[in-house]
Design a protein around this ligand. Sequence first.
Ligand code: AGP
Length: 608
Amino acid sequence: MCGIVGYVGTRDAIPVLVEGLHRLEYRGYDSAGVAVVRRGKVVVTKAAGRVQELRDRLTKPTPSTIGIAHTRWATHGEPSDRNAHPHLDAEGRIAVVHNGIIENAKQLRARLGAAGVELVSETDTEAIAHLIAAELAAGAGSLEDAVRAALRQVEGTYGLVVLDRTRPDELVVARNGSPIVLGIGEGEMFVASDVAALVHHTQRVVFLDDGELATVRAGEYRTSTLEARRTSKEPTTVDMVADDYELGGHPDFMRKEMAEQPEAVERALRGRLDERFATAHLGGLGLDAMALRAVRRVKFLGCGSAYYAGQLGANLVEELARIPADAEPASEFRYRNPVVDPDTLYVAISQSGETLDTLAAVQELRRKGGRVIGAVNVVGSAVARECGSGVFLHAGPEVSVASTKAMTNMTVSFAMLALLLGRVRDLSAASGQRIVAGLRALPARIEEVLGDDAAIREVAKRHAGAKHMFFLGRVRGWPVAREGAQKLKEISYVHAEAYQSAELKHGPLALIDADMPSVVVVPDDELLSKNLGTIEQIKARGGPVIAVTNADLPEGLADDVIRVSRGEPELDPIVLTVALQLLAYHLAVELGRDVDKPRNLAKSVTVE
Ligand code: AGP
């Protein structure tokens, strides 16, 4: 959730580090800090708030060719200068930046306190700096040995980088549950928690594995395990380029990523649709026709929007393959000692592939012998690696905290999975053909919704004064409504509640009045008349209605209508969801929110 950058080379480190932090700011943004070695001293600068605050404080040039930096999302201790990373040992010799959570921090802090160490922050990270210093004082042969010995006392997750003022030519990095990637330059090396901070400089990278450490110098790196066994890691070339992380003329990343959806969907479909056999090819699943036929149930697991994408996926599987399917928040699944069924195909969904709750659900499944595949956007991420097989989303890097193109590609991927499961069962070739054609039509249909931007903005403007909003849908429209409410909440801070339309009359209808607009999702399907009935019920109580639909509604029924095109009914929810992204976006912009960095949130949630 936080961002890490490290540099060792020949350039002035601070500009490189701060530039890297800017690129990682989407991962966490409540405080930031940087440490460099200058004339044998560790010089630290920190600031609560955004990276810009840190930049404003870095007024004095502090030339140095080595340094570490961090942007934080608070877990232990409020966002403040004191709690911002890097953290130092008592002598100011060792500086540490850390992502993840040290679970035995309380015990470590107590132990250090009892030994007379004064801890100056409330963080779990500071203890690591003191432990490393203690190991060096006790005679550890190298910084790497000291880090290794310190980490043996630590329980929890970490991606960390360590700087020692007496060794101004090397950084030691370690990974356990929080990503660390090395970037290989010409006579210089970079370290980061995310390739976003590196691709500006290099595309040659080395991903550390859990339980691995590395000593990084300007011209070399050496990797080993926590048990001091050497490992050999060949660099790989990532295909992300710097432009993927630039706004490219868009006002913010959410807007850019919404606009990229037609192209992202094209990518997800490329090479995977088969007109001849009216099916999909998802080679990464590693399941042949026999294995697919043996699947008796499908369960989607994810968090937030990924969970809602799973709900859309479950509907598609039930509709097209006629096998029972459902979705559950991975965060619940992991904690309820789930009954794992050997005939169920579990699908772990995660854009980042780093969400701890989703990763833990996968680990629980694997421990119990469940068959789990991933639906992941970030190649090489923890969920992707833990699953070992699945569907890559091919949405391209997603920077905005609000997931748009990745969420869309999740649903598109599940439509293909449903088609495939259907075609090894009783879905007819004609129906398969209809879905293949429907999938092919999606990019153009999404483009059309995006083209309706100005009209959706006007609707948003008319409702920007609302303090609360309902999002209603039934069956196909229900996950759409949930995702619409989620998007609105997270980026506009307007209270939005999603309800199944028919449930309204069982209680929440009492809340309807002129100040409570309802967004009603009305797909043009067999439930149309029911949805029209829901609108009537709301109107009869004086509630304003925004209908998001591809049906022909009676004139004047809804106060505002956001219209999308008609396609295959099973796939229409995907298009309706895009319309709700735009509605949430414009409402948030109208309210002056920072859409890319909503308060209290971070892009990947690597904590419980
Ligand atoms: C989406 O807009 C949210 N920011 C959030 O719900 C997100 O989908 C969730 O945290 C899961 O993230 P993941 O897909 O990276 O696992």
